[in-house]
Design a protein around this ligand. Structure first.
Ligand code: ZN
Length: 141
């Protein structure tokens, strides 16, 4: 039982193409979220060798208080981006994905970050395309 469980975890980890995020990128996300507050912002995550190292803000994705994420429908996605996903902010205290978020995740990627107010190390979470919580390592370099 134990060995079976361990093996299953290893397989799940192998499947996870994106496993980390650079600390400066995470800090940038907090900054942009704070600047955009009380509106939402969303951006595309980019990764190299499994580590998120860049966010790509899309013009027109900063929208009133409606769900900014929906405007990503117009984004020019290339196939590589499907390995990562999107980041968006919630001007509330909840970093749980909404139904609309889950629908977006399933289309756009396996690594999606939601950062909730007040936008710091304690208020962000990462989700896979099914809305399961994913642990991302923060790389400080
Ligand atoms: Zn959301």
């Amino acid at each position: 039982m134990f060995f079976w469980k361990k093996k299953k975890n290893e397989i799940q980890e192998q499947k996870r193409a994106v496993w980390g995020i650079k600390k400066n990128v995470l800090n940038l996300i907090f900054e942009v979220a704070k600047e955009t507050h009380p509106n939402e912002f969303s951006a595309i995550l980019k990764a190299e060798e499994g580590v998120i190292n860049e966010i790509m803000l899309l013009p027109g994705t900063i929208q009133g208080d409606s769900h900014a994420i929906l405007f990503l429908n117009n984004a020019p996605f290339d196939i590589k981006l499907r390995n990562v996903g999107i980041v968006h902010s919630h001007p509330s205290y909840s970093n749980k994905p909404s139904l609309a978020d889950l629908q977006m995740f399933s289309h756009f990627g396996n690594t999606n970050i939601i950062v909730a107010y007040p936008y710091n190390e304690n208020t962000w979470k990462c989700y896979d395309l099914n809305g399961n919580v994913v642990k991302l390592e923060v790389i400080d370099e």
